[in-house]
Design a protein around this ligand. Structure first.
Ligand SMILES: [Zn+2]
Length: 243
């Protein structure tokens, strides 16, 4: 695939430490500001609709060819959701993993490649002006890909634990534990302290990230559309429509 030459000018977008502190809480940015002003309800509707209507069909074709079930999508932050699209964000590109071609082509990486394969001259937005969604909490490879690609956000449907338990894929957790989890030099750290540490910083100088469950929890019970979102979620999970 030809990659647009403008892509080489992209570098990770680091935010200065807020309040002179680099703890996770001070880096945490809320989904509305991360997405350029869209509500948790609009974001969740966008992600569930896209998963069901766009990623599942693509993924099915991938599974038929021997790949695993992972997909991702990128949306325009700046364009207001159109009524004719059901009030969801404009999709820039959507992709699924093509690991039969290379073990590195996870859904997120494939989608990033598609994004940077779109000519800038033909209207590809900057990564910073887009919202990144992955069906599964990104692995260490994809966390880095999203960071190197210039995104300041990502959202995901299934957690690492879901991936391990429901999809029988333990590699995300195992690689993070084995490669990146460096024991503290502090003698007070117990094995239990080490194993209870988060596997990555969900909020850091480069990005803030949220699960769809966190988005759902932010939508007030009084929100008129909440029930419909919960139904989409439940039907997808119960009926196995998600995968
Ligand atoms: Zn990955």
């Amino acid at each position: 695939m030809a990659i647009d030459k403008d892509a080489v000018t992209v570098s990770p977008r680091e935010q200065p430490p807020p309040n002179n502190s680099n703890d996770d809480a001070s880096y945490k940015r809320d989904p509305v500001s991360l997405s350029g002003g869209h509500s948790p309800s609009t974001l969740l509707r966008t992600f569930l609709t896209t998963t069901l209507e766009r990623i599942v069909p693509l993924t099915q074709a991938g599974v038929d060819s021997g790949a695993k079930v992972f997909g991702a999508a990128i949306f325009d932050k700046k364009q207001p959701p159109a009524a004719e699209s059901g009030g969801i964000l404009r999709e820039v590109t959507v992709g699924t993993n093509t690991e039969t071609a290379s073990p590195l082509l996870h859904g997120e990486i494939q989608t990033i490649q598609q994004f940077y394969g779109m000519p800038k001259a033909e209207g590809r937005p900057d990564a910073k002006d887009t919202v990144f969604f992955a069906t599964h909490e990104p692995c260490s490879l994809c966390l880095s890909g999203i960071t190197w690609g210039g995104w300041d956000n990502f959202f995901y449907l299934f957690t690492y634990e879901d991936t391990r338990d429901a999809f029988s894929i333990p590699h995300d957790i195992r690689i993070l534990e084995e490669v990146f989890r460096v024991p503290s030099t502090c003698a007070h750290e117990t094995a239990s302290d080490l194993s209870s540490r988060p596997l990555y910083r969900a909020h850091n100088a480069f990005f803030s990230s949220y699960s769809c469950a966190e988005l759902l929890a932010m939508i007030p019970a009084s929100d008129a559309g909440r029930g419909e979102l919960v139904e989409m979620w439940d039907e997808g999970q119960a009926g196995g429509s998600f995968f």
